[in-house]
Design a protein around this ligand. Structure first.
Ligand SMILES: C[S@@+](CC[C@H](N)C(=O)[O-])C[C@H]1O[C@@H](n2cnc3c(N)ncnc32)[C@H](O)[C@@H]1O
Length: 208
């Protein structure tokens, strides 16, 4: 995983452009309504979403790829970027009011997805809130490649993705208070100017 992402950031730089996802804007609104001051961003990439969040909150961001962390620190001097795997860095003693996690969860098989959610919940304060996004089963890439677990496909060589339906997403977060779920069309322009619309799901909730 580390080699894959490092190579991509090395070759493509700001892979998905430098603008934040609309989900980071929406999460900001939800976090402000919930009096959030501190946010953890696991799998932050080169920080296009953490940067927006750091305009309103104190943000720590965890990222596996050293190349991405280098890019992130250049464009965002407010977020505290921590290089390493969240599996090694979490749990730790620091608690946050909120977690924003964009398109990380679907990169893992079931056991690791559950581990990530448990680890993230462990970092939240009492009443802390979370906002996660992930691939939807309505995305055009659903069903491509070998199915290695239910709704999880090796859609590129050596790269898997899990495609969530609503019930599946809610089941992953069943130990929390789910406040809202939904789908969005994420329009992305890649660094080589090609474009793609992704169907994503999001979930917003509160630690129970
Ligand atoms: C699809 S990208 C999303 C990047 C970012 N969230 C964004 O909004 O642009 C997934 C990111 O998760 C990172 N990642 C993968 N496994 C990780 C892990 N175990 N710990 C921390 N980051 C990880 C990858 O290096 C990559 O930057």
């Amino acid at each position: 995983m580390k080699e894959y992402w490092d190579n991509r950031y090395q070759d493509e730089g700001f892979i998905w452009g430098d603008k934040p996802s609309s989900t980071a804007q929406y999460a900001t609104v939800l976090f402000l309504e919930n009096h959030v001051q501190t946010v953890l961003v696991p799998g932050a990439g080169y920080g296009r979403n953490a940067k927006l969040l750091s305009d309103s909150f104190e943000v720590d961001a965890i990222e596996l790829s050293p190349k991405a962390v280098l890019l992130a620190r250049k464009m965002d001097n407010k977020t505290n970027y921590i290089e390493g795997s969240l599996f090694d860095l979490l749990p730790n003693d620091k608690k946050y009011n909120a977690i924003y996690c964009y398109d990380l969860l679907h990169l893992f098989t079931q056991l690791d997805r559950r581990r990530i959610i448990e680890a993230c919940m462990g970092q939240l304060d009492r009443d802390g809130v979370y906002y996660f996004t992930c691939f939807s089963n309505e995305d055009a890439a659903f069903g491509i490649g070998e199915e290695i677990e239910e709704n999880t496909f090796e859609y590129k060589k050596g790269k898997i993705a899990h495609f969530f339906n609503k019930e599946d997403l809610e089941d992953h977060f069943k130990n929390s208070e789910i406040i809202e779920t939904g789908t969005i069309n994420e329009y992305l322009e890649y660094s080589n100017r090609s474009t793609r619309v992704y169907k994503l799901r999001y979930i917003f909730g509160k630690k129970r």
